[in-house]
Write a protein that binds this ligand. Structure first.
Ligand SMILES: Cc1ncc(COP(=O)(O)O)c(C=O)c1O
Length: 494
């Protein structure tokens, strides 16, 4: 990160903390340069960057002012009250087609939920890669058979304390990303034909895994603010033999919501009562906008079991049901393919064996490099810088969408991560919209791929992890025009 980026992040933090509330004038460049002990030109660059993010606006001969956020925010997307019925997943091959069509560098990448390289800690990662290949050249060239590099597992075990999970390095299995962790978790606990409950809408990669494993998916209504409906899941459990429930309780993809702690506790208790597996996808770990680490289902289950074991009237010994999955794809680099999972003792040996059968091992050098990066402490510093940045970016994107898209467009209000879920008021076919957008070198993720039953035709997911530039702003404007042109009200105009 350059010096002016650093200063911009510091000023941004002061704005977020309302040291400089909306509408106030920022101190002059000379004062700021003394305050931060940097040159005037660094301050000017930092201010320009904050202006690009929509945080500051320049007034001629007066200076920079903190922008007032637009009022009121757009309404939240609706939660579909759907008929719940297990179904086979189909049509997910489309995702690969879209991924290929959009992996070109000159596209405005609003489709995949992947941070732009400019926002990732790549310089620090490079240093850790160099150090690891120098100091561990023999180890780096060898297989790191499951469970994976032990230094990395110890570092991860320490970080998991932040989410309230007491985990030993021996309970952690390193995987090639969170996607592989999800695959292994499902392969371990379920077989083809079994029913798997998921949030609706949910991450399409999960639907692809369920499709590939020949399992059935049961979509559970999900509130854009509080997450998966526990009540609906309870009803589903009475009707269907649900083997596992896979969910993203923290900053879900695509809704960005954070499940409240009480609901998480209810969910853990439900899994205990009905003995089904809870697969927790925590890939946005560390990206909460408020800077806190919400408790993971895994940690809450540990507390639940502890309390149950202290209660003499508990009838039988209870088994842990949570399998935890995460990765560094969203916070260090997706191409490293370093993820991990934590499994209860009854499932660990099978998952470890399946990991070995799938691909023998996750590459060693990326594991050593991530361990080095975590050990140096640079990771937490990076997260502290990037969280407010993603918050500002998602707000900036939402503001532009409200401005350019058709009236009454609904937009999610994520509590973390960096994606927005956008629902159009009119029945626009967003799959067609995605194809039209590709012709303008803009990628988006159409709503249908977030459901096994191709719901959410009028929704799209927008990735906001891109530096705010003129081309991003005009890309959103173009998308807004395309939506307006496709909306029935517009096309029926004479
Ligand atoms: C919710 C969720 N889970 C899993 C993944 C896959 O992560 P990885 O790249 O670590 O395999 C993603 C990536 O987009 C995701 O958004």
């Amino acid at each position: 990160m350059t010096l002016y980026h650093e200063i911009a992040t510091k000023i941004q933090a002061l704005i977020t903390a309302e040291v400089y509330p909306p509408g106030t004038r920022l101190p002059g460049v000379r004062r700021l340069s003394q305050q931060f002990n940097v040159s005037i030109s660094t301050i000017v660059q930092a201010q320009r960057q904050l202006e690009d993010y929509g945080l500051l606006s320049a007034r001629p001969r007066s200076g920079y002012y903190v922008c007032v956020p637009p009022q009121p925010p757009a309404a939240l997307p609706t939660s579909l009250q759907q008929d719940m019925q297990p179904t086979a997943v189909t049509g997910q091959a489309l995702v690969l087609q879209l991924a290929k069509a959009t992996s070109q560098p000159d596209f405005i990448q609003l489709g995949a939920a992947v941070p732009d390289a400019a926002l990732l800690p790549l310089r620090a990662l490079q240093r850790s890669m160099n150090t690891s290949s120098r100091h561990h050249n023999l180890q780096a060239a060898a297989y790191a058979f499951p469970p994976g590099v032990s230094e990395l597992r110890s570092q991860i075990a320490r970080r998991m304390l932040l989410s309230g999970c007491q985990v030993s390095a021996q309970q952690i299995l390193i995987t090639s990303g969170c996607q592989e962790a999800l695959m292994l978790a499902l392969q371990t606990v379920a077989k083809p034909g079994d029913t798997i409950a998921v949030e609706s809408p949910t991450f399409y990669g999960l639907l692809q895994v369920i499709e590939a494993l020949g399992m059935q998916v049961l979509e559970i209504p999900t509130d854009p603010h509080t997450g998966l409906s526990i009540h609906a899941l309870e009803l589903a459990l009475e009707q269907w033999p649900v083997k596992a429930c896979v969910l993203i309780p923290n900053y879900s993809n695509p809704l960005g919501c954070l499940m409240p702690v009480v609901r998480k506790q209810q969910l853990v208790a439900l899994a205990q009562r009905h003995a089904f597996t809870l697969i927790e996808d925590d890939v946005y770990l560390g990206l909460g906008f408020d800077g806190h680490y919400p408790p993971a289902l895994l940690g809450l289950e540990q507390q639940h079991l502890q309390q149950a074991s202290n209660t003499p009237s508990t009838p039988t010994q209870r088994m842990p049901q949570v399998i935890y999955c995460s990765s560094f794809a969203k916070t260090i680099a997706p191409g490293l393919r370093v993820g991990w999972m934590v499994l209860p003792p009854q499932h660990y040996p099978r998952a470890e064996y399946l990991k070995y059968v799938n691909n023998l091992a996750t590459p060693t050098l990326p594991q050593l490099a991530v361990a080095d990066f975590l050990q140096r402490g640079g990771y937490e510093r990076y997260l502290q810088r990037i969280r407010p940045h993603y918050r500002q970016l998602t707000e900036r994107f939402a503001q532009a969408i409200s401005q350019y898209f058709p009236p009454d467009t609904r937009i999610s209000r994520p509590a973390g991560g960096f994606v927005l879920w956008v629902e159009l008021a009119e029945p626009v076919d967003t799959l067609q919209l995605a194809q039209q957008a590709l012709q303008h070198r803009i990628s988006i993720a159409p709503g249908v791929i977030f459901s096994a039953r191709q719901k959410y035709q009028r929704c799209i997911r927008i990735n906001c992890a891109l530096p705010w530039t003129d081309s991003v702003a005009s890309g959103l404007k173009k998308l807004g025009h395309l939506c307006k042109a496709m909306s029935p009200a517009e096309s029926s105009q004479p």
